[in-house]
Design a protein around this ligand. Structure first.
Ligand code: PRX
Length: 581
């Protein structure tokens, strides 16, 4: 079904409040230089993300303004002003320095969304070191791959999460210290390399002079999955704050009196770029909710904290739709003035449902780990085209190109490509320069997404160009899952695909061929599922496993996932000329 454009959302503030004004006029007038001049810059001449998000506000009225409201759901919220937040981050910086952490070192975080997670991120950035956030639902293999590849020197975690993955310790020679936060669970430091937060951070001075980092110094690493190989560490630099600040102001439309809620976990890039950097560089008050999804709990958070700007994801919106409009109507959601979505295709029904159930349509936008910040958006000031990702941010040149790098006519499908050079663009894949270089063609950065552009410059998502699976907005690389499965003694081969799902968009499905002597039993299927969860964690492990006598392979021995998927969906098998006899 086709949905008509939504011209003006039905709330007066909308028409008058956006910073951006008319989109087309803005395209002419906004430049990166101008945006950069709105930030302070480090007094030493450099640029540091933590300085722009914290230190600079201490020179203004924002000093005593609440930066973070932390809600765990099981007790009263905790609030931290910009000054209190800065002091906590300063203690982290001092503590890590006392452990020998230096500029450029990687400090990884394997934490739930507790305040210390955020203090750690900014303490590390203040020190000029590099943060590596890990999703708390990862299992030991997923954590090990990332710590090993990055050569992380310190891991900040909690006793409960550390005990889940501790078996990997011996495989990580670069890891020198594990800092345990005992907010939820008491712990004694076990091994010599385990130290307690209370011993090394909590007693430190709350004064720290943020390191004068160069705009091109590394700041953040996020691991992201590809079709082949293990996840790659997309490395971002301090200069990215220009993009976070700009998009926070002009796309999230953040103002001083906003209470903003980004539902993403910092283990994924949305949770850092838009859970931390965009709101705090704009001086907004940000709600951090540690709890998981629940329609009542989520609406309750909006009502309780009078959230005005809400950034969430399609799977969550579809789950809210499933919970029913009545649940929404039970809560006072009148504080909301602007709602957005990212991470997966947002179906037009969901955009329109937002208008009906909560009084606001969802503004979809598009970006990736590699782009560091939003690239394409349905701005507050623009007509929304339900089902479209919107139009490029001023300063971003996006196009649909063919294999030769030529732009294709409006309406035709091709590779979604961006002209390199925006501030928040990733600078490399850690240790994988060749892989990074292969992302570029004829002067374009090739995103790996297929899309179309209409005659008015709106972009419409078609699908991924590769085998990467997008489940509930989280990218999963099939190779990572296949590698884990074949470690089980019964498994000869494994092929992994994304199976369409009405709520999560895709779920991970594995096809498994067993070694001789093993039987395809229900019990073994359950064992394999458990095996994968134990290794990879629930976020990555397959939801479904199906036994096959063998995998379809090319003559060179590569498993043809494309064919597995076509067969699963009952679609034509396409070109099978390279199929093994
Ligand atoms: O395939 C696109 C999809 O998610 C990918 C990026 O995922 P990740 O690197 O984990 O970054 C998450 C931060 C947004 C994209 O290549 N994607 C993202 N946004 C949309 C989307 N697909 C369709 N519509 C979107 N709005």
């Amino acid at each position: 079904m086709e949905y008509p454009p939504i011209t003006k959302p039905p709330i007066d503030q909308f028409a008058v409040r956006p910073n951006l004004g008319e989109y087309d006029a803005a395209r002419q007038s906004i430049t990166w230089e101008q945006i950069r001049s709105e930030l302070d810059g480090h007094p030493g001449g450099g640029l540091n993300i933590a300085y722009e998000c914290l230190d600079r506000h201490l020179k203004t009225d924002r000093r005593n303004k609440v930066a973070m409201i932390w809600e765990a759901g099981d007790h009263d919220p905790e609030t931290y002003t910009f000054e209190q937040f800065t002091k906590e981050a300063n203690k982290v910086a001092n503590g890590l320095r006392s452990l020998g952490v230096e500029k450029g070192d990687r400090v990884f975080m394997f934490l739930s969304r507790i305040p210390e997670c955020y203090f750690t991120a900014f303490g590390v950035l203040k020190l000029g070191a590099v943060i590596g956030p890990l999703f708390p639902a990862f299992g030991p293999d997923a954590v090990k791959d990332r710590l090993e590849d990055s050569g992380a020197r310190v891991l900040v975690t909690s006793p409960e999460l550390w005990s889940k993955v501790k078996e990997i310790r011996g495989d990580l020679p670069d890891l020198q210290k594990i800092v345990l936060i005992t907010r939820r669970k008491e712990a004694e430091p076990g091994e010599a390399d385990e130290v307690l937060w209370d011993d090394v951070i909590a007693n430190q001075s709350d004064e720290f002079e943020t390191v004068n980092t160069d705009p091109e110094d590394y700041a953040v690493m996020h691991y992201t999955s590809g079709t082949t190989g293990k996840p790659k560490g997309a490395a971002h630099v301090h200069n990215a704050i220009i993009g976070h600040y700009a998009t926070g102001k002009h796309i999230l439309d953040l103002h001083d009196d906003d209470i903003y809620w980004c539902t993403a976990d910092p283990g994924w890039v949305t949770g850092t770029s838009y859970g931390m950097f965009a709101p705090w560089s704009n001086g907004a008050t940000s709600l951090i909710y540690e709890g998981g999804f629940g329609a009542n709990a989520w609406y309750g958070m909006i009502a309780k904290h009078k959230v005005t700007v809400w950034y969430t994801a399609p799977t969550a919106i579809r789950m809210l739709m499933k919970a029913g409009d009545e649940v929404a109507k039970k809560h006072d959601l009148s504080s909301l003035r602007y709602t957005m979505s990212v991470g997966e295709p947002l179906n037009p029904e969901a955009v329109v449902w937002g208008e009906k159930a909560i009084g606001l349509p969802f503004h979809d936008n598009w970006w990736q780990t590699e782009t560091g910040a939003i690239m394409i958006a349905n701005y507050a000031s623009m007509e929304i085209r339900p089902g479209s990702m919107g139009r490029p941010f001023p300063g971003i040149e996006a196009a649909i190109i063919d294999d030769e790098g030529n732009e294709v006519p409006a309406g035709e499908e091709g590779d979604l490509a961006l002209k390199p050079g925006w501030p928040s663009m990733f600078r490399t894949y850690w240790h994988k320069k060749e892989r990074y270089d292969s992302c570029f063609r004829d002067g374009w950065y090739i995103t790996g997404d297929r899309a179309r552009m209409d005659g008015d410059g709106y972009f419409w998502f078609v699908g991924r160009a590769d085998d990467v699976i997008n489940t509930a907005g989280h990218l999963v690389g099939p190779f990572e899952v296949e590698s884990a499965l074949i470690e089980h003694p019964a498994v000869a081969e494994a092929g992994v695909i994304g199976k369409p799902d009405a709520v999560a968009m895709e779920v991970v499905k594995a096809f498994v061929a067993l070694k001789d002597g093993y039987e395809e039993t229900e019990e073994l299927r359950r064992e394999l599922k458990r095996f994968a969860i134990d290794k990879l964690g629930k976020a990555v492990a397959p939801r479904e496993i199906e036994f096959l006598p063998g995998m379809p392979k090319t003559r060179s021995g590569k498993i043809m996932r494309r064919l597995l998927k076509a067969r699963e969906l009952g679609l034509p098998e396409g070109d099978t000329s390279t199929l093994e006899d």
